[in-house]
Design a protein around this ligand. Sequence first.
Ligand code: DMJ
Length: 644
Amino acid sequence: MSKSLPYSVKNGHYDNAKFRHRSFFKVITQTLFSSDMKRECVSCSTGKFLGLFMIFGLACLMLSHASKTPSVTDGLSKGLGTNEEKKVVTDVGVRFKKFLRRAPRLPPRLSGNEKVSSGIFTGKPTEHDEEKWKARQRNVKEAFTHAWSGYKKFAMGYDELLPLSMQGFDGLGGLGATVVDSLDTAMIMGLEEVVSEAGSWIESNLLERISQKGDVNLFETTIRVLGGLLSAYHLSGGDQDMNLANSGPKPTIYLEIAKNLADRLLSAFTSSPTPIPYSDVLLKNSSAHPASNLLSSTSEVSTLQLEFNYLSAISGDPKYKTEGMKVFAHFKTLPKVEGLVPIYISPHSGEFIGQEIRLGSRGDSYYEYLIKVWLQLRSIQDGNFTYLYDMYEEAMRGVRHLLVQKTIPNELVFVGELPGGSKGSFSPKMDHLVCFLPGTLALGATKGITKEKAMMDNLLTIEDFENLKLAEDLAKTCFEMYSVTSTGLAPEIAYFHTKDFYEDGLGGGNQSSEYVNDIIIKFNDRHNLLRPETVESLFVLYRITQDPKYREWGWQIFQSFEKYTKVDSGGYSSLNDVTTLPPQRRDKMETFFLGETLKYLYLLFGDSSVIPLDKFVFNTEAHPFPIKDAIYLEGGSNMMKGTM
Ligand code: DMJ
C-alpha cells in the first residue's frame, strides 16, 4: 500500500560504497581509464603502453613491499641461503598470480568481521579486561544505588524526584512511576534491598493508586508501569511458577496488578470508534478520551503491543493482544511514503494527520515495535504477522533513501526529517531520541545473535548488511553528539552541517572535538534529560558486533553523567545546557534514568549471557520480556515458559 515519493531528496541516498570492497587493480584501471586520460590515451598506443607499464610497476612495488612483511613463513625460511632467495621469488610469483586471479568481491563484506578474524577484537576479553569491566559495572550499580537513595529519601511514592528541591513530583499520573520503572533494574543488578523496598511499596500501594487516580497517558503508563510490572513478574520467576526473588512480594502480585491496570487501559481501545486508541485514560472509572488536539501520536499507539501480547501470554486472556494488534493490522492498510509514516493519527477517522515524518519524537518507537513485535511473535510461528517484518524492511529502505545524509566536513551519517512529508524539504535535524535506531537496526539485522554467528550461518541478506552498516555509522554520530560538547553529554536535539545548512557559532563547546563544525546545537536544544537511547544502542551493538569500542564509548558517557549530573544529597539531575561549564541543572530525575540508562550501561559492561538478545525483547522502556519458547495464546490456557 506504500505510496512512493514523487521525487527523490537530493543527495538523500545513503552511500554504502565505503564498504563495498574494490580490488586495487580495479581502482587503478578505473582511475586511469575513466578520467581525461582515457579520452586522450585510448586511441594512442603510446598512452596505452604507458598505462599498462605503470600498472605493472605499481603491482610489482606493492608485492615486493608485501613480501617484506614479517610472517610465519618468514620465520621458517630464515637461514636457508639460496633456497631463501628462491622462496622469495616463488612467493612474489604466487602472490602476483593470486593478485591477477583475484575475483571481484561482491558487496557487502563486513569490516567488523574482518577485524574479528584478524585479531583486532576477538570477543574474548583478557583477564585484565574482565576485571576492568567488572569494576566499571560496579560503578554503575553504585550510581543506581545513589539515584534510588535520593528518590527514596525525598520522593518515595511520587512519580519523579526533583533532586535539587529534594522533593517528589507527580508528572505521570501519580502511580509511583520511578518505583515500578526501577524494580527490574534492581533485580538484574541483584540489589535485594531495593527490590524489597520497591516490591513492598507496589504490593501495599499500587492497586489503590490505580483505582483512585485520574488522567494518565496510555503510552507512558503502558511502557513504564505495565512494562515494569510484567518484567518484574518474569524476573521473579512468575511464568515458571516459581519465586526466584529473595525479596519483595510473590510474582503473582505483579501479575494481578498488571491485569487490573491493563483492564482499565483497554478502555482507550474500546471507546475509540477505530482501531486507533485514544491517548488518555481516566483510571478510576476506566474511561478514555483523546488528547486536547483530538489526535494520537503514531509512536504512542504502536508502542503498546509487546506489553499487551506478553500479558495475554502469561494471563491466558487474549483480549489484550487482540486489541493491541488491531492497531498494526490497521497501519498495514494505510498509505505510507516508502514505508515511512506521519507522526499524528486521528482515532476518529483512523487516518494519518499532517505530513510530518521523523524518527524522533512521536515517530520513533513505531519503527522499533514493528521489528520487536515481529521478533516476539515469530516464536509462535504464526505467519500472520510477517507483514510486520515487511513493513519494517520497507521503512528502513525509506530511511536509507530519504532521511540519511552525511555532514560537512567529516561525513558523519545522520537521520534527518521531512517536516513537510513527501512534498516538503529535508531538515538536517535529529532528536537524541533517534539514537534508538542503531540498536534497532542491528537487532533487526541479526535477530539478536552476534554478527559473527549470523555470518557463519549465512543468515544475513544484503539489506541486513546495509542496515548494520547504517547502525554502526549512526551510533558513531550519536556518540559524537556527546563528545562534541563541553560536558561530554548530548543535547536534546542536534542539527548537522550540510551543503544546504550551516549556522556559525553554535558548536558544542569542546574545541578539541574533530566534529565541532559538523554538529550544530541551537540554544533551545541544549538540555539533557539523562536519556538512554545512545547507551541503549551501544549495548545492542556491543552484544552484536563484540567490538569493545562500544563499551569504551559507554564508559565515557557514564563518566560524564557522574561528573555533571550527580547530586550530592541523592539522585541525578537533568541539565539545562550541556555546552557550558559548569552546566546549569534542571532539577528533575526522569524515571527512565533508573529504568533504562543505568540498566543498559550495567548490561553493556557485564557478561553478554545475561538477558541474551535472541531470547528476550526489551520494551521501549528497557523492560525485558522473554521470547524463547514463548507460547502466545489466542485463547488457551498454556503458560509461557520462562527462560531464566
Ligand atoms: C522513554 O520513555 C522511552 O524510551 C520512549 O520510547 C522514548 N522516551 C523515553 C526515553 O528517552
